[in-house]
Design a binder for this molecule. Structure first.
Ligand SMILES: *Cc1c(COP(=O)(O)O)cnc(C)c1O
Length: 384
């Protein structure tokens, strides 16, 4: 089946009530028929649910859908995107290990790398996103994996998955991709040689700004290690959130098409507006990595960034003038959202430090929603 069909038809087996829409299995544990069944389940001799920290039908349905899109053998769902990142790191890393990554990773991932993991003697090296020799040369004896995001947030830089996967293979380290911006529908890192793909399901997978969630997918072998860690540390996704997310997925292919269509159109219109110094969108021909984006992404996704002329003040003014767009710390919602990183998420950095991570003072990040394209554009135009 194709993604659009899988998204809808991959469902938990019907119960005796023959429900058409999968019900919510809000239970913390599961009953055993007898002592022998209980023994067999605990001994891993029989498949089945024991306790919802380990598994749950709603959670499994959500995982199965993501695995089908990503062409992955197995997966594990978590309470948030950061729980997925932390769970993966915790599963794979030991004291003394090293990670190679990019400075442009998600803010909380950056904090894990610079504040939290060094406490356990796990170090990391940052490489510029387009410095492939840098990636190769930074891989040390104790490097466990290379960890990247593409497209990156908010710079929308694109890393060549196939090329970096080949480097990781050659150096015998794992390759992990935070695939949140592209979603499992628009990009499948595993098919380009990555070992693990991670998502914050909070963004497009829910897509309606309702719930947090995260998921890790990869080989059976890697997910076994994740399971061994997660069963006993408890980052589990709640059945309720899994139920919401699995239903969200029914419209994910459709939503991503429309998000991408609206975003490309907005990017093109912004590009010919003289208030914008530059515009970045993966599938704009002017994007420096357009060819790579075209190779590995089915569509460009819903995020557009642009530099407003006039710097910090102009950026703040633009946000204040918006009427339809929401000012909120989320992305990937049906509602269009605007953020100004220099005065918010990155305001504690100096202008030089900001430029280092690709954030200029007039940079605006737009998460283009599913409202009518002309309403979205009219709002941007009047604010400009
Ligand atoms: C939001 C986000 C995360 C963290 O996810 P939460 O669900 O907020 O914990 C990780 N990576 C990227 C790229 C994100 O956008």
């Amino acid at each position: 089946m194709r993604d659009e069909t899988l998204a809808i038809r991959l469902q938990t087996e019907r119960s005796q009530y023959k429900e058409h829409s999968v019900p919510l299995y809000m239970t913390s544990s599961y009953a055993f028929d007898d002592a022998e069944e209980m023994r067999a389940l605990f001994a891993d001799e029989k498949e089945g649910n024991i306790y919802s920290r380990y598994s749950n039908p709603n959670v499994q349905e959500f995982i199965d859908k993501i695995c089908a899109f990503e062409k992955a053998e197995a997966g594990w769902a978590t309470a948030s995107g950061m729980a997925a990142v932390f769970t993966l790191f915790g599963s794979l890393l030991s004291a003394g290990d090293h990670i190679v990554s990019c400075r442009s990773v998600f803010g909380s991932t950056h904090r894990l790398l610079v504040d939290i993991f060094p406490k356990w003697n796990i170090s990391s090296t940052y490489v510029d996103f387009d410095d492939y020799d840098g990636f190769e040369n930074s891989i040390q004896e104790n490097t466990k994996f290379v960890y990247i995001e593409t497209p990156s947030n908010p710079g929308l830089d694109i890393i060549d998955l196939e090329r970096l996967a080949a480097i990781c293979k050659k150096k015998n380290v794992l390759f992990v991709v935070d695939n949140c911006f592209a979603t499992p529908i628009l990009q499948q890192p595993l098919t380009f040689g990555a070992d693990v793909s991670i998502h914050s399901a909070t963004k497009y997978i829910d897509g309606q700004g309702r719930t947090l969630g995260g998921v890790i997918v990869g080989s059976n072998e890697i997910i076994k290690q994740v399971e061994a860690f997660a069963r006993h540390t408890g980052p589990a996704m709640s059945p309720f959130n899994a139920w919401i997310l699995s239903k969200s997925i029914e419209t994910l292919p459709l939503r991503m098409e429309k998000h991408s269509q609206n975003a490309l159109e907005i990017a093109k219109r912004l590009e010919s507006n003289d208030k914008a110094k530059w515009v970045k969108y993966p599938l704009l021909e002017s994007h420096p990595q357009f060819e790579i984006a075209k190779k590995q992404m089915k569509l460009g996704g819903g995020i557009v960034s642009f530099e407003i002329k006039g710097g910090l003040e102009a950026g703040r003014n633009f946000l204040d003038k918006l009427k339809l767009f929401s000012l909120t710390a989320n992305l990937g919602d049906t509602r269009s959202i605007a953020t100004h990183p220099a005065s918010t998420t990155h305001s504690k950095l100096t202008p030089e430090q900001r430029l280092d991570v690709g954030i200029s003072d007039g940079l605006i990040r737009l998460s283009i929603g599913l409202e009518h394209i002309e309403d979205i554009w009219e709002d941007i135009l009047q604010a400009l």
